[in-house]
Design a protein around this ligand. Structure first.
Ligand SMILES: CC1=C(CCC(=O)O)c2cc3nc(cc4[nH]c(cc5[nH]c(cc1n2)c(C)c5CCC(=O)O)c(CCC(=O)O)c4C)C(CCC(=O)O)=C3C
Ligand SMILES: [Fe+2]
Length: 335
């Protein structure tokens, strides 16, 4: 039945020791207009954690969980893993797949949304890796899954759990602050990325905490100040909430698939520290990570695509994304 003989997990990559930090940051920012001062600051975030990004171990754990889930459900294909910015590099993985006789693979990317950073850039990575390997296997990227029940449900559960951790007398008045990585306003697909983020935020708010006010904010901005990026920034927003008398916040990082550095530093160190200084009760909800529902979603997406299944589960208002990204949403821009 299956038209695919492998699943390929594609991710961002991260440093695994202090000596990797600068080469990794150079890989990430090559050809991009990121100020040197920002790079040095971000390098310090990694050094706080011994120069080790959590993202690689999270990918190893996810790969192991997918393998176990595939085995338990009789899906007899191997799972490979390759990154954009660090070892195992995607090109090396594609070379290994070719050597192993893989002809056609489905790719699952650790980013759930549309737009250039989340989708097109990974498609370009796959194209580039394939171009470097003679007679490379075909690789189809699985559809955007930000609104798949397997991505949304773990966030609903995590939001409820975080709300329950707030002091009881503050819980009723708590705001939900959804957060995602900022991108330049000029980035292709930015409008769809924002629409998808609003869609899932409304859905999670309604299911997890009906009646609580919620807002979508952005984090981890990095370009020069002259360049407009998506706003508001989470820090400015927390200050504004505090100034208007809000006393408790649950932060839901819907823009991310696992608790990598953008979550561990920008939220658990920076935003959490700011909230403490303001005297704002603050809890951060967990990301899907290796949640069993998230892992089973990956199998469902793989099987759906292999079978060309017409039933494509999706929650929210926007409907399931097509298998092939529409060029006008995710194409590389010149701006
Ligand atoms: C939308 C988006 C996601 C979510 C989708 C997805 O998950 O892919 C994401 C994820 C991630 N971003 C990450 C790390 C970095 N991103 C940077 C820079 C940038 N990110 C951008 C956007 C995004 N990034 C953009 C527009 C830039 C500017 C430069 C450029 O246009 O490329 C920089 C350079 C320094 C800085 O400026 O911060 C670093 C180190 C890590 C790894 C974390 C770890 O190590 O655990 C992850 C998962
Ligand atoms: Fe990033």
């Amino acid at each position: 039945m299956s038209t695919y003989d492998a699943l390929l997990l594609v991710s961002f990559g991260g440093p695994e020791g202090p000596e990797d930090v600068i080469p990794f940051l150079e890989n990430v920012t090559r050809g991009r207009n990121i100020p040197r001062s920002r790079l040095e600051a971000v390098g310090e975030h990694y050094h706080l954690f011994g120069g080790v990004s959590p993202i690689n171990q999270q990918c190893r754990d996810l790969k192991a969980a997918i393998e176990a889930d595939f085995a338990a459900h009789g899906v007899g294909v191997p799972v490979y893993w390759g990154n954009r910015n660090w070892e195992p590099y995607l090109t090396d993985t594609v070379r290994q797949m070719k050597a192993d006789g893989i002809r056609r693979a489905a790719a699952f990317v650790t980013s759930a949304y549309s737009g250039y950073s989340c989708c097109r850039q990974y498609l370009d990575d796959i194209d580039r890796a394939r171009a470097e390997v003679p007679d490379a296997p075909e690789i189809d990227k699985l559809r955007i899954y930000y609104n798949h029940p397997g991505f949304v449900e773990p966030f609903i559960e995590a939001t409820r759990a975080a709300l329950d951790e707030l002091p009881e007398d503050l819980r009723d008045g708590a705001h939900l602050v959804f957060s995602a990585h900022s991108v330049p306003l000029a980035q292709p697909g930015q409008e769809l990325y924002t629409a998808e983020l609003n869609d899932i935020s409304a859905l999670v708010a309604e299911r997890a905490a009906p009646g609580h006010p919620w807002e979508l904010v952005f984090q981890s901005r990095s370009g020069p100040p002259s360049q407009p990026w998506l706003e508001p920034d989470i820090g400015d927003h927390l200050e504004k909430l505090h100034a208007t008398g809000v006393r408790a916040v649950v932060n839901v990082p819907v823009g991310f698939v696992s608790d990598h550095m953008e979550v561990k530093y920008d939220l658990d160190v920076e935003a959490t520290g700011l909230a403490a200084r303001l005297g704002l009760a603050f809890r951060r909800a967990a990301t899907p990570g290796t949640h069993p529902r998230f892992v089973s979603m990956i199998r469902e997406l793989f099987q759906e695509r292999a079978a060309g299944a017409p039933d494509r589960p999706a929650l929210g208002a926007l409907g399931p994304r097509p298998d092939a990204c529409r060029a006008d949403h995710c194409r590389r821009g010149t701006a």
